[in-house]
Design a protein around this ligand. Structure first.
Ligand code: GAL
Length: 699
């Protein structure tokens, strides 16, 4: 195959104007669904299953994401007999139909082994599991486009169909691709980006270690090298390439479905995975994002920790915050309803009584209006025989189906909050280049992992709602203006456009806090030769004459911030203020003692801080407190640290969620009258929340 075979150019960044209105995420309803696999059950069970779902309160099913062979049992032979027969039984159920491209059939991979993904050393990933294809094989693109078109033309106009899921969990399981088609497409991607091989050599810094290329043919996707130390600038471009390839594959499917989509129906995909710019994929191809939420992973044998500092299932709020950054109101395509387990993985226990409700309300608190439980019934065959659904193998009435029904009843009192937006005044800025740079650069990674965890957990424990705010090609100063406080923990790569945006945000009155190791790379991932922090110097009024990892024998390195002691973590940039900027914090340990640790610069109507270190939870809490952002709802409610609070608001009305992640009951105090939406009762003052209990209160 050659590049000319690529029907869909990689560089297709044009913007979709999303015109459709969805039937489940339309601001009117909170809806329940489930994932159903008619191909796993005798036909005689279908109708009873669907009727029972409806009695339970489930109005939507997702089907067909792994069922390619039911539709195209042999190459070019298409039949919808199986799904037509199933849908004849639909009893008024709404249906999300999927493209089946996550699992190519055996006939396909046998005839066209070039569609398979490969390991870095070239060994092909074979039939037998899933997601074993690559996005760049022209024949896979063609066969995927064909089945997508066939399904869309067959089903899109049908009444029961309300939307489409593209593939399943794009970039899940494996998010690196090393097939021959990937190399061909990578070369094309690089040619479009750089034009000449000399420009590529320059961007990749190939003068180092004699890596200079003289022809595009010499360029490959990363290959096995000594000590895995492939050129970092190449790896950064390769990661961008994977993302572009996945997006193009999604867009190819979405463009086809959109030709047939009936008004009001939607296109989505599920999950958030690595090496993929989900924001761009959403803009180009999706009406909204859905996420697959399995908080029970926190109770896996190898992840569980008894340490009360471990947020456990509450950590899933971080993923939900990520999802919200992609789609302010979103869906959960797969919500935990049973134990986790594969035949090869022990994984996590059955949700305790109350946890299905807790995790459902956690999703809704963060912005989900659609919740679909994975899966209706536990599968009796295959790798996922222990990944439990609502029902066990026997279908007997159980505690979990009763709890799902109880969730449905609770939702009936909460319908008015559909479409409401999560409220946050504090944001953590991110962008994909920096996320990807942190993957390949351990200096960046160590500070980033520490700070991301610390800021999120400090915000949780101080009851400070937090958003993740991505700087994308389309972000404007207005998008940032709603936040009173923004952190960019470690903005290693900075572009002129981003620096300008941050200046506008601060000049208009915002408070920006930048952490160590910022501004030292350009978008190739090469280090800049300016004085640090490079493009952020003027805004932060900071100069960094010296920096170092905190040496392992340095002990605890402390900083005095106007009389408050905080602990520096991982790294120390030693700072000097420039111009009128003020030194607010000074190191008080080791040879750093007396050097600047925190600079504050007034810029326009706002302030920019540069903090010379990474955060731990304590220093993050102190920043939230000192900058006046912690616990903004303290006048409304007092809750213990182990509970999460969230507020969604709509038409000037606020809805307060209180979520208790602990086994034991807790007391909360409501300082004003509100309506408990589960009961409809007016409440005020002290309230008891059961273990794993939740409350939703109209304020
Ligand atoms: C998800 C996936 C489902 C199922 C589930 C449990 O990641 O989308 O198909 O595999 O996990 O393993």
């Amino acid at each position: 195959s050659s590049e000319a075979d690529c029907e869909y150019p990689l560089d297709s960044y044009f913007e979709w104007q999303i015109v459709t209105m969805s039937k489940i995420i339309n601001g009117d309803n909170l809806t329940l669904g489930t994932c159903y696999y008619p191909e796993h059950w005798p036909k005689t069970m279908w109708r009873e299953d669907l009727e029972r779902m409806k009695k339970t309160g489930i109005e939507v099913i997702r089907i067909a994401e792994f069922a390619w062979s039911k539709i195209e049992p042999e190459e070019g032979v298409f039949t919808y007999e199986f799904f037509d027969e199933f849908l004849a039984d639909e009893v008024g159920m709404k249906v999300i139909f999927c493209t089946p491209t996550a699992t190519p059939p055996a006939w396909l991979t046998e005839k066209y082994p070039e569609v398979l993904n490969a390991r870095m050393d070239g060994v092909l990933l074979r039939h037998g599991a899933r997601r074993h294809y690559n996005y760049n094989s022209p024949v896979y693109q063609e066969l995927s486009a064909r089945i997508t078109g066939k399904s869309a033309s067959h089903y899109a106009k049908r009444d029961c169909i309300i939307g489409w899921q593209l593939d399943n969990e794009i970039n899940c399981e494996v998010d690196v691709f090393y097939s021959e088609s990937d190399t061909v497409a990578f070369r094309q991607f690089l040619k479009e980006k750089y034009g000449t091989i000399d420009a590529l050599n320059e961007a990749w810094g190939t003068a180092f270690w004699n890596q200079t290329y003289t022809d595009w043919k010499e360029v490959y996707v990363p290959r096995t090298t000594i000590s895995d130390s492939t050129n970092p600038h190449e790896v950064l471009d390769y990661t961008r390439f994977i993302s572009a390839s996945a997006r193009r594959f999604a867009k190819m499917q979405s463009d086809i479905i959109r030709r047939y989509l009936k008004p009001g129906d939607f296109i989505t995909t599920n999950g958030l995975f690595g090496n993929l710019d989900n924001h761009a994929m959403r803009r180009e191809s999706l009406d909204f994002m859905t996420y697959d939420s399995y908080p029970n992973f926190a109770y896996c044998l190898d992840m569980y920790s008894d340490n009360p500092k471990n947020l456990r299932d509450r950590k899933w709020s971080r993923n939900l915050t990520e999802t919200r950054s992609v789609s302010p109101v979103f869906g959960i395509m797969e919500q935990q309803s049973g134990a986790n387990g594969w035949n090869t993985r022990m994984e996590a226990p059955t949700p305790r009584p109350g946890q299905i409700t807790l995790w459902t309300m956690q999703s809704i608190a963060h912005g989900a209006d659609y919740i679909s439980y994975f899966r209706w019934r536990t599968c009796t065959m295959g790798t996922e025989i222990y990944w439990h659904g609502i029902l066990d193998y026997s279908s007997r009435e159980n505690r979990r189906i009763r709890e799902v029904h109880d969730v449905y009843e609770k939702l009936q009192g909460m319908q008015e909050l559909a479409g409401a937006r999560y409220e946050a005044k504090v944001g953590v800025l991110k962008d994909y280049d920096n996320i990807w740079d942190a993957q390949l650069d351990v200096w960046h990674q160590r500070v980033d992992e520490a700070s991301q965890k610390a800021l999120f957990e400090a915000a949780q424990r101080t009851h400070t709602p937090l958003d993740f705010v991505y700087l994308t090609e389309t972000t404007t100063a207005e998008d940032l203006a709603g936040y009173s406080l923004l952190f960019y923990p470690h903005m290693t790569i900075v572009t002129e456009r981003q620096a300008e945006l941050l200046k506008q945000y601060v000049a208009a009155g915002g408070t920006l806090v930048i952490g160590c190791r910022s501004g030292y790379k350009n978008s190739t991932g090469q280090c800049v030769m300016d004085t640090l922090p490079g493009l952020l110097s003027e805004l932060t009024g900071t100069d960094i004459p010296e920096y170092s990892f905190i040496a392992p024998d340095a002990g605890t390195v402390t900083v005095d911030w106007d009389g408050t002691t905080i602990e520096a973590s991982v790294f120390a940039d030693l700072l000097e203020p420039l111009g009128d900027a003020k030194l607010e914090g000074t190191y008080t340990s080791d040879y750093y003692s007396g050097s600047g640790a925190l600079v504050c610069n007034s810029y326009g109507k706002g302030k920019a801080y540069y903090y010379g270190s990474a955060w731990n939870e304590m220093s993050a809490e102190i920043f939230l407190q000192k900058l006046g952002a912690a616990n903004p709802y303290r006048d409304i409610v007092t809750v213990p640290e182990e509970c999460e609070i969230a507020v969604r608001s709509k038409n000037g009305v606020r809805y307060l969620f209180v979520l208790n992640y602990e086994k034991h009951p807790v007391e909360i105090t409501l300082h004003r009258k509100g309506t408990d939406l589960y009961t409809g009762n007016e409440i005020e003052g002290s309230q008891t929340l059961d273990g794993y209990g939740t409350m939703v209160i109209r304020l």
